[in-house]
Each structure stands twice: as C-alpha cells, then as structure tokens.
Write a protein that binds this ligand. Structure first.
Ligand code: ATP
Ligand code: MG
Length: 634
C-alpha cells in the first residue's frame, strides 16, 4: 500500500476536492480571486477556479522579478551548434516582451492561434511565453513533422501566425524547415497570413516570401524596450492546443485551460518533483511534446527554478553529456524517457561515473513502459530514486507516480507507483466497468471530474471529446486512458500496454506487452516489438522483432533458427504456447518516434504487406529498413 501519509493526502484530494484544490491554487498568483472552485454542472466537462483571473506568463516570469531577477531562468545548451546561453529572469522577461510586441504588431490578438514549429532554441520558449502573455493560444507542432502532418494541424487550429525557424539540427546534421513550411502552407486550406522566421543562419539558401515571411531579428530590434501588458484571462479560457503524438491514429487537439493548468503544475512541482525555487531542472524532452510544455517551460519557471533547454542527443559528443550538464548546473531534478536510458545503457558505463551528479535528488522517467532491467540499471548506477511516472498528453501532468514531496515510499522496479493526488484513478473491467481486484488486468480509468490541468475538451469538438474519452463503458461515464494496467497486492500499479495493442489468437486476447516481456526474458534480447499479424487459421499471430545484445549469436541462418527456437521456448515457458510468436526476427534497432514510442502500427502494417503510414517522426529510418529486410528474408 502507499504509505499512510500519502494515502491520506490522496484520499483528501478526492473526498474534499474543492478544499484541496483551493489550497493548491494558493501556490500561484491570481489577479482576481476565483469564485467557485469547481463547476461540474455539465459532466464530463470540468471547470476549475471559475471567475478567477490569472496568466501563465505572469506566473512563470513576471512574478519572480521582485525576488530573483538576476537568477538564471533559462539555460539554452546546444551540443549541435556548440552554443550555450543563459537568460536571467530579467532577461527572459525582456525577450518575452519583445516577442509579444512583435506578435501584436503582426495583428495577433487574444484568442488567436499561433502555430509554433521550432527547433529547440530559446526563441521557441520566448514565443510560447509571449503567446501566454497576450492571451493568444499557442499550438506547438513538433519540429520535424512533415508538411502533410503540419498542414493537418494548421487546418484544425487555423492560426493567424506561424513562428518557425530556418532549420533544426539533429546528430550534427541540419534539418531544414523552410521548404517543409512552404509546402505545408501550400497544402493547408486555412494557412496563416504571416510567418515569423527566426533565422539561425543554418539554411543559407532560405528564400523569404515577400509580404508573408518576416525576419524576427529585424522586427525584434524595433521593440527592444517593449513592455507588453499581461492579458488577465479567466481561468477556463484556452491557453494552448497540443496535438497528441498520433501513435494510435488521427491526432487529437488537446485544449488546456489557464488557471487549472498553472495550479496543477505548481502542485506537481512541489509534491512530485520537489523542485525548489533557485534550483535547476533538466528535462530532456522537446517543446513539441507535452513534457516539454509542462516541464521544460511552464512547470520549472512557475516554481522559480532554472530550466535547461537542450538541443542535441544523449550521446553527442559522448554518452556523458547529460551528466556533465547535471554537474555543471547542479541540477536537482531531472526528467527523461526510458528510450534515452536504453540508449545510454548500450554505451560505456564509465560515463556514468565521470561526472559529479550528487546534486540530483531524483530522476523521473515517462512516456512509455520502463522495463524492470532498465529501471534497476539506472537506479543502481545513479544511486538515487528513479521514479517511473505515467501520464498522457491529455492529462498534462502525471496520473500515476510516487509523490516524494508528500511521502517517500519505496520504489518497485517497473511500476509507476500510485494514483497521483486529484485523480480518482481506478482499474475497470472491460466487460461491465466494474472495478478490478488486485492482480487483475483491467483498463486504467479516471472517475470524473478530471483534476485541474487535464484537457478541458478537444479543440472545437466537444462531442468528439466526450465520445473519445468518456464513452468506453455504456454503464458509466469514466475517462478511459486506453491503457491496460494492473495493481499488485501492495497497491502498486503497472502499465501493461495499450488497449488497442491486443492480439487475438484463436479467440484468446493477448496483450503485446505481455508477450514482449516474455520474449525479453531471454538473456540475449535487449528490446522487442511484438505485433499481431493476420493469420488465415488463427485470426492473428504474434510476430516478434527482437534487438539482440550479442549479434554474433545470430550471425548465420542456422544460428538464427536455433536462437528463434530458444526465444519461442522462453515464451512457451512463461505464457504458454498460445502466446508463442509465429516468427522471431532479429534486428539491431526498432522503428520509434523521436519521443521514443514504438511504431507498432507501422511494423504491423509492413508485416501484413500494407502501407506503413506517416513516418515523418521516425527516429531512425534504417530501423524500418531492417524490418522490411527481415520480413523479406523469409
Ligand atoms: P496518441 O494518443 O495520439 O495515439 P500517444 O498516446 O502516444 O499518442 P502521448 O500522450 O504522448 O501520446 O503518450 C501517452 C501514452 O504513453 C500513455 O497512454 C501510455 O500508453 C504511454 N505511457 C506514458 N508514460 C508511461 C509510463 N510511465 N509507463 C507506461 N506507458 C506510458
Ligand atoms: Mg494516447
């Protein structure tokens, strides 16, 4: 069970919802106090802090000027260009005001959308905060999405302005943006009239379209002393739209509010991350993802911390770079993803001992399942608690986590611990929405109202919001996460994969994650993807693509066949022959998105001879080639 202290804390957050959240709301500045804490008159829509007026930019920047103007607010580090630049809160405020003034000069007003398609540079953070300041709704699209994906998002959000840059950089190579942007504007039905270009000088051939494309440096120089008043927004006005990663289908435009989000982030910074004002937080995500919104930009700044904005990979110039950053900036909180840790695990372990990382209190990981061996490896290497926590673009902040700021509970490897305060999170049986018992696999759901910070609706589509998230069960309105979970006898949760990642073998429903864990139990398997492939006899058959640790073991066709048999026997032993993969293919890498999510749908499509779909966020195209080659080789 969760510790007694945390249990009582969580229990109160549900029983005395309004009292609990009114207290947490005291962590942020309200220009006008709220009336009703929660309006749940039209379920499942929840309105938090009704009538209250506040502003995300004010809370992240202005509020700190009186006490910490000369403290570093943002440190931009690029191992791609070799640049490193720190901005104090005073300097950050000046840059945000300049950007806000430029936006206003281009006609951006409160409620207008601004699409931000940027690499990991400081101007991206300025643009996000500038939108928040003037009450414009930002929609950040991950830099690297192809023109088509960008156009879909443009047409959904219909921005007045797009802010972009000439190029991103990845592993030492320039990733030009401009031609993608031009192409997306041609494809879009509702393109913005203006494009603000932050020119890094990487793409020297870049051509500006007169009248449409504007150079940021030129406009900025006209607004150096700008003081742009903060737009005080009602707590439930939209702050941003962020499209989900699109792992499982058409991206959904998650709409976030202002006051609930600021409050939830402030509460999470205190109770979960334990990030104190004056300290440094290092989050290795990208501003295009929800983790970047909440824990590179808003969360740490609201808490008065120094935040690190890092452009680069975890292994360049070498696998010690992140630990060097931790050392140099005395980071106390670090947030990364399991995929990055797996990358580091393949490198020389000496890099973990090279730097002094004693400032770190915790390492938080999220985004995909953290397997037990990886969890154990990094926790033992760092000698600090490594906290796996589980959440979604939709929720904006963690749903399952250890909450060390309230009580230090023991970590179980492979488990994201307990429901976070504010979430009435339970496990529901698929058949009738009744609650599952201990050790019983069921759907992770949340009894509404969702706590502050979670999505208010889907942009422009209340109906889709209700239909998508609250209609899984006919008997009961419950928010469905579309993930399987299980709770052990001690009350610790485990995530078992997505509800649509189910393989139906001759009427038996098997989760891909269960089979993957069984395959991974083979000592020579580092990582694996299992997909269900259509089979005339059995309906579907699991097929495994396994990354081997020692490739010499699968060097010859005979060795491969023997190895395949061994892996199959491992699955037989752990799950039974029904779950045995029809084939086990050996590869050296798996296709993933740049945020580390396995592209299972694409692998499955290839295995069934279909088109793999939109692959623009793929991390390593070579990995997909290997899948093709493995399939072709049979
Ligand atoms: P889409 O909803 O568009 O298909 P997505 O679900 O991949 O995309 P995100 O919101 O970025 O987009 O990811 C949330 C999902 O990631 C969760 O629903 C879960 O499947 C997975 N996830 C996140 N954190 C964890 C974790 N700690 N353990 C296991 N799975 C996790
Ligand atoms: Mg999702």
């Amino acid at each position: 069970m969760a510790g007694e202290i945390y249990r009582a804390f969580h229990e109160r957050s549900i029983r005395d919802r309004e009292g609990f959240w009114a207290e947490q709301a005291g962590l942020i500045h309200w220009q006008k106090p709220f009336g009703k804490v929660l309006d749940f008159g039209r379920p499942p829509f929840a309105k938090w802090f009704v009538g209250g007026e506040t502003n995300l930019c004010y809370n992240a920047v202005d509020r700190h000027l009186a006490t910490r103007a000369d403290q570093k607010a943002l440190v931009y580090i690029s191992t791609e260009t070799g640049e490193e630049k720190a901005y104090t809160y005073r300097e950050l405020a000046a840059e945000v005001n300049r950007m806000a003034a430029v936006m206003q000069s281009l006609g951006v007003a409160r409620g207008d959308r601004v699409l931000i398609y940027m690499p990991m540079i400081a101007e991206a953070a300025f643009a996000i905060l500038a939108c928040a300041r003037i009450g414009a709704i930002h929609s950040v699209v991950f830099g690297g999405f192809a023109a088509g994906s960008l156009a879909t998002r443009i047409d959904d959000a219909r921005p007045t302005l797009m802010v972009t840059s000439d190029a991103g950089m990845r592993a030492g190579k320039a990733v030009p943006y401009k031609h993608l942007v031009d192409e997306s504007l041609r494809l879009a039905r509702f393109p913005p009239g203006k494009v603000l270009m932050v020119n890094r000088g990487i793409d020297r051939e870049m051509q500006l379209v007169p009248g449409r494309d504007l150079d940021y440096a030129t406009l900025r120089s006209r607004h150096l002393d700008a003081q742009v008043p903060v737009a005080w927004l009602e707590s439930n006005e939209p702050s941003y739209i962020l499209y989900t990663s699109g792992t499982t289908g058409k991206p959904k435009g998650v709409q976030r509010d202002v006051g609930g989000y600021a409050t939830a982030l402030a509460a999470s910074m205190k109770h979960i991350y334990m990030g104190n004002a004056g300290e440094t937080m290092f989050t290795t995500s990208d501003i295009g993802w929800v983790v970047g919104h909440s824990y590179i930009i808003y969360g740490p700044l609201i808490a008065g911390m120094t935040t690190i904005l890092y452009e680069g990979t975890p292994i360049r110039p070498d696998a010690g770079i992140w630990w060097k950053i931790v050392q140099d900036h005395r980071a106390t909180v670090m947030f990364s993803a399991p995929t990055a840790i797996r990358v580091l695990k393949k490198q020389d372990p000496a890099f973990l001992k090279k730097y002094d990382v004693s400032s770190l209190r915790h390492l938080f990981l999220a985004g995909e399942p953290l397997d037990e061996p990886t969890h154990r490896w990094i926790a033992e290497a760092l000698g600090i608690p490594v906290i796996d926590h589980y959440w979604q673009t939709e929720t904006g902040w963690p749903m399952l986590s250890a909450v060390p700021g309230v009580e230090k509970t023991p970590i179980k490897y492979g488990s994201p611990s307990f429901p976070v305060f504010g979430y009435d999170l339970r496990l529901f049986r698929e058949a009738d929405a009744s609650e599952a018992g201990a050790d019983e696999k069921a759907v992770v759901g949340v009894v509404p109202p969702l706590p502050p910070g979670c999505l208010a609706t889907l942009w422009g589509d209340d109906e889709r919001f209700v239909k998508t998230y609250f209609s899984t069960f006919s008997t009961r309105q419950v928010y469905s996460s579309f993930d399987w979970g299980i709770r052990d006898q001690d009350g610790y949760f485990f995530i078992l994969g997505r509800t649509d990642d189910v393989i139906n073998v001759a009427g038996h429903r098997l989760g891909t994650r269960e089979i993957e864990e069984a395959v991974q139990a083979h000592p020579n398997v580092a990582e694996v993807a299992v997909v269900g492939v259509a089979d005339p006899l059995k309906g579907q058959l699991p097929v495994a693509f396994a990354v081997v640790k020692d490739v010499s073991a699968v060097a010859s066709p005979e060795a491969r066949a023997a190895h395949e048999k061994e892996v199959m026997a491992t699955v037989d032993r752990l799950l039974g022959a029904i779950a045995r993969p029809g084939r086990v293919h050996f590869v050296t890498a798996l296709p993933k998105t740049r945020s580390g999510k396995l592209l299972r749908r694409s692998i499955q499509a290839l295995a069934e001879g279909r088109d793999p779909g939109d692959l623009t966020t793929i991390e390593d195209p070579g990995a997909l080639e290997q899948i093709k080659a493995a399939l072709g080789a049979r």
